[in-house]
Ligand binder design. Structure first.
Ligand SMILES: *Cc1c(COP(=O)(O)O)cnc(C)c1O
Length: 385
């Protein structure tokens, strides 16, 4: 099996599981309990908080653990909207559904939402943000790196514009964290979402960075956990695993980036050489090191995925959340692809555990599969004539 869908999820690192296991077994205390096993669990959670904070350049008390990246996104969008007076939200057309649908929910509940467009490479223009901000804008949310096409946004420039106008700025850094440096100070953001399972940690745990002084209402009401801002008995093992996975990702980043860039650029080059009528989606250079998203004209992405799956290759046609739906990806439409081309897309998201042999196998399988699918396509029939 060749797994190249690391933007959807990553395997749990064995070292991470090892750190988690005691908290799933003998160290089962509830961090809210005052006796020893409870206190030990609380220490574990706060040690993990310090580690996640360090990997983001944040203060320990600015990190709030959540049940996922999606929860962190929902909390940022709805929580900041509810805590402010303004009824206007700005986001981009290429956000993950966790942000987009949270904004849509607000839109159905009395808020106005501006969706910033992107250019053909998937970039938001800071001037568009400048124009969109109004006196009643409660929040700007633009993702750090796109999960489908890998484009990395100019977050520092965008956040600076929001700051000038005193509007809180949130970024969904779920896809970027662990892949490229993410520093809340350098970016100048007020809120930032991350998730453990995209960087070798467990599923079902994430975090929201909330800059000190940022006004936000809770999303989950109940007990006083997470400094009274997010109720729920802490996912102690998950949180411990998340922290270790982020430490490993920070330590390995330079080495892993070099591996990813070499593999990805070789894959891109070989696909271009061997498959006609293809286009690389996303920015040519401002993109995540492991992401390569191609559209192949005259074919249907879902059929391509199924045929690759039969060869033991696991990739994606875009976002795992949209697979099963027949609508083309909102991201590919936003960068201007026509419907038929947006349908024929393949996202390969590599990890540093992939090999040159993996890349060569994928390219070798891809070429005849694309050809077979095109031979069945009436559109391609017209091109050949
Ligand atoms: C995966 C992902 C999410 C959702 O994170 P979960 O932990 O799976 O809920 C949000 N945003 C982006 C950009 C993602 O890639």
């Amino acid at each position: 099996m060749i797994y190249v869908d690391n933007a959807a999820t990553t395997p749990l690192k064995p070292e991470v599981l090892e750190k988690m296991t005691p908290y799933l077994t003998e160290r089962f205390g509830n961090p809210s309990s005052i006796y020893k096993s409870g206190r030990d669990a609380k220490v574990a959670v706060n040690t993990a908080r310090a580690a996640v904070a360090e990997s983001l350049g944040a203060e320990e008390h600015e990190i709030y653990f959540t049940g996922s990246g999606s929860e962190a996104d929902n909390w940022a969008v709805k929580g900041v909207a509810h805590a402010g007076k303004g009824k206007h939200i700005i986001t981009s057309a290429v956000e993950h559904h966790a942000v987009l649908h949270a904004a849509g929910f607000l839109e159905r509940n009395g808020y106005e939402v501006t969706y910033l467009p992107v250019d053909g490479d998937g970039l938001v223009d800071p001037d568009d943000l400048r124009t969109a901000i109004r006196g009643d804008t409660a929040l700007v949310s633009v993702m750090t790196a796109n999960n489908e096409i890998g484009t990395v946004q100019p977050i520092a420039a965008l956040a600076a514009i929001a700051r000038e106008r005193r509007v809180p700025f949130h970024t969904d850094a779920v896809q970027a964290f662990g892949q490229i440096p993410v520093d809340v100070g350098a970016l100048g953001v007020d809120l930032l979402s991350v998730s453990a399972h995209k960087l070798g940690g467990p599923k079902g745990v994430g975090a929201l960075y909330i800059r000190k002084g940022t006004k936000i209402s809770p999303l989950i009401h109940g007990g006083a956990q997470e400094n009274g801002k997010r109720a729920s008995t802490e996912n102690v093992a998950g949180i411990v695993g998340f922290a270790h996975a982020s430490e490993l990702a920070m330590k390995g980043m330079n080495k892993n980036t070099a591996i990813l860039l070499a593999l990805r650029d070789d894959y891109i080059k070989k696909v271009r050489e061997s498959v006609p009528y293809c286009r690389l989606n996303g920015h040519p250079t401002k993109r995540l090191p492991g992401n390569a998203n191609f559209s192949f004209e005259f074919i249907e992405g879902e059929s391509l995925l199924l045929m690759l799956d039969m060869k033991g290759i696991e990739a994606s046609s875009g976002s795992a959340c949209t697979s099963g739906s027949l609508d083309p990806s909102h991201v590919l439409l936003a960068i201007g692809l026509p419907h038929d081309i947006a349908h024929g897309s393949l996202r390969v998201s590599l990890s540093a555990d992939n090999t040159q042999e993996d890349v060569d196998t994928i390219v070798a399988e891809l070429r005849p599969i694309v050809q077979r699918l095109r031979d069945m396509s009436p559109l391609y029939e017209g091109i050949k004539k």
